[in-house]
Structure formats: structure tokens, C-alpha cells
Ligand binder design. Structure first.
Ligand code: KG4
Ligand code: ZN
Length: 329
């Protein structure tokens, strides 16, 4: 059976075709960076309008790349929660229209479960039960996952998400939008020990995160330096800031692994693309004797292949009603 997945929770318009195995046959992502870069961040109304223009072309391309036509589809899944409500509404409306037009089941799925499931997609065997770290522009979460659809939140950010902090740090350093990848490139040229930044929520035994103090510390450090900053100073600031964010994430994973006793750590979300985070988590997993399952890089940032978690819903007979809503939280 062929399923269609739709993602429109933030600023990527995405569609994917997969089988009920699940095997991913296509994954098309239309980025909206060009619409948001001049504002330095995602503007919700601009995002919703961009989804509206992109959703049908992206859907058609996903079918074409999978080599199927619409009437071959057996179900349509949409990530209907959480996210920007105006953005979610476009994907949910499109999925409902496709469900009604083709007479196929509609399955609303959780975007966060999708990020965890992207780790499953890259693995040959079941990754559950596991501890999951989902780290993106909108979320920094530690989840105790029993199955793909049963999890308990054990840690979260008290303020900014890690990706949001990286994006804002990149903006302060004049590196453009989206900031995470630009900050990583700049950090690779710098010294992570050049500046000492404070870790948010430093208590080892607290699984929550905080990144806003770190962001303020960067702002004050920049203000104290002669302007304009040299490329070397920017590289050192980027490297030191990134090191502080990564260290914070790794420390909390260490604590949560010990507290839960999990022997597997799954990591997904846009920030999981970051090379420093991937290598420091690899070291942590080796030290603790834990299996590390990193989401494949192509499925870290928002995409619709992760909506393949719908296959698990389908197995449990969890079909959504036609009045499925978009839920921001
Ligand atoms: O998962 P995602 O596409 O969207 C949300 O659900 O938020 O994540 C986007 C975030 C952005 O904050 C972006 O700067 C960050 O992921 N990101 C990175 C890298 N690539 C993307 N952060 C650090 N290093 C990267 N290479
Ligand atoms: Zn996401």
C-alpha cells in the first residue's frame, strides 16, 4: 500500500510517498528560506501563504518521483500538531481534500513523533524503547519513548529552543538566515575555548534546558569588543557559543540516560545535522556503552518522510475523523 505524507508545520512545505513497510519512495521539501531571510526569521503569515502556493506542486512532485499517480494512494497522513497554526492549516486542509477526493483514510500524526521516527527510518531494527533528544528551531526535548506512538516528556527548554538560540547568535554575528548551518561553518574556523560562555540550567540532575542566558552572554560579549568584529573574532565567538550549546545538550542526555536506564539514544530535529553535536554524542554513547541512533541528515530538518510514523497509527487502527484540527501545541 502507498501512503502520502504531508508536512507544513513551520517553514518547509513537504510531501513524501512511502509504503506501509515503511519504505520511503520520495521525499520532496520546498524550503521557504528565500521568503523569510529578509526578515531574519520565520514570519507566520508569510509561511502560511508560501505553503498555500507550494503545497500542490510539492504533492505532484512527490507522486512523480515515487512513480505513482494519486489514485494509487491508500491513505494520506498529515503532521497536524504541534506548529504554527496558520501553516498547519494548509497541510491539514490539503490532506483532507485528498482524503475526500480519493476516498482514502486520513491520519493526523504528531510532528515530534515524526522527528523520533526519522531515526527509525535510518535503522535496520526497532529503535524502541529509547531515550530521544529532539533538537530543532522550535523544540528542545528529552523523551522517554516506549514505542513510536507512546512517549513521556522528561525534559524541555525553559525558554529558547537550541536551534532558535543558534539562529539568533548567527544573526548577532551577521551570518544571515537560517543561522544554524552558517554558524556551524563559521565555528569550524574558530577556537571553542576562546570565550567562556555560561551553561544554562547547569545542574546535572535537572533534565530541563535553558539557552536565553547564553544568548544574552553572547550579546554582552560582542558589545564589549571593538566594532566591527574581525572574521577571527566572529569565528571564535561562533565556536565558543556552539560548544556551550552542544555541551548543554550532551550533559542533559547523559543525565537522562542514567536516570531512565535506556540503552539507546535517538537524536533528531534540525540541529541534529550539526557535526559537533553528532561527534560529541558519539563520544558520550561510547563512554556509556549506549547505542546511538542519529537521524539520517536528510531527515533531520523538517520533511514529510517522517510522517511515515503514520504506518504505526494505521497498524493500531488509529484513523482520524474528517473534522481533524490543527493543534499549535
Ligand atoms: O527541525 P527543523 O527543520 O525545524 C523545526 O522543527 O524547528 O529545525 C530547524 C533548525 C534551525 O534552528 C536551524 O538553524 C537548525 O535547525 N539547523 C542547524 C544546522 N542545520 C539546521 N543547527 C546547527 N547546525 C546545523 N548544521
Ligand atoms: Zn521539526
Amino acid at each position: 500500500m502507498f501512503l502520502l505524507g504531508i508536512e507544513s508545520s513551520c517553514d518547509e512545505t513537504a510531501a513524501s510517498v512511502f509504503t506501509d513497510e515503511p519504505k520511503i519512495l520520495s521525499s520532496v521539501v520546498a524550503s521557504q528560506d528565500r521568503f523569510h531571510s529578509r526578515f531574519g526569521g520565520v514570519v507566520p503569515e508569510v509561511a502560511a501563504r508560501a505553503h498555500l502556493t507550494q503545497i500542490i506542486p510539492v504533492f505532484r512532485q512527490a507522486l512523480a518521483e515515487a512513480g505513482i499517480v494519486a489514485r494509487d494512494l491508500g491513505a494520506v497522513a498529515v503532521q497536524n500538531r504541534p506548529g504554527l497554526v496558520g501553516s498547519l492549516l494548509i497541510g491539514v486542509s490539503a490532506a483532507k481534500m485528498i482524503s475526500v477526493a480519493l476516498g482514502i483514510p486520513l491520519i493526523g500524526v504528531d510532528h515530534i513523533e515524526g522527528h523520533v521516527y526519522s531515526c527509525q527510518l535510518g535503522s535496520q531494527k526497532s529503535i524502541f524503547p529509547c531515550l530521544a533528544l529532539i533538537v530543532s528551531g522550535g523544540h528542545t526535548l528529552l523523551l522517554d519513548c516506549q514505542t513510536a506512538t507512546q512517549s513521556r516528556r522528561i525534559g524541555q527548554t525553559r525558554d529558547d529552543a537550541a536551534g532558535e538560540a543558534l539562529d539568533k547568535a548567527a544573526a548577532m554575528l551577521g551570518l544571515g538566515f537560517p543561522g544554524g548551518p552558517a554558524l556551524e561553518r563559521m565555528a569550524n574556523k574558530g577556537n571553542p575555548k576562546a570565550f567562556l560562555f555560561p551553561l544554562g540550567m547547569p545542574q546535572e540532575s535537572n533534565p530541563d534546558f535553558s539557552f536565553s542566558g547564553l544568548k544574552t552572554a553572547l550579546l554582552y560579549t560582542i558589545r564589549k569588543l571593538d566594532q566591527p568584529l574581525s572574521e577571527m573574532q566572529k569565528a571564535d565567538l561562533a565556536a565558543s557559543f556552539l560548544q556551550a550549546v552542544v555541551q548543554s545538550l550532551v550533559r542533559k542526555c547523559k543525565f537522562a540516560l542514567k536516570a531512565t536506564g535506556h540503552k539507546r539514544l535517538a537524536v533528531g530535529g534540525g540541529v541534529a545535522v550539526n557535526g559537533l553535536l553528532r561527534s560529541q554524542l558519539t563520544d558520550l554513547a561510547t563512554t556509556l556503552g549506549v547505542e546511538l541512533i542519529l537521524a539520517p541528515v536528510a531527515w533531520c530538518t523538517d520533511n514529510a518522510a517522517m510522517a511515515a510514523v503514520s504506518v504505526e497509527y494505521l497498524r493500531q487502527g488509529k484513523i482520524s475523523p474528517p473534522d481533524l484540527d490543527a493543534l499549535p501545541l
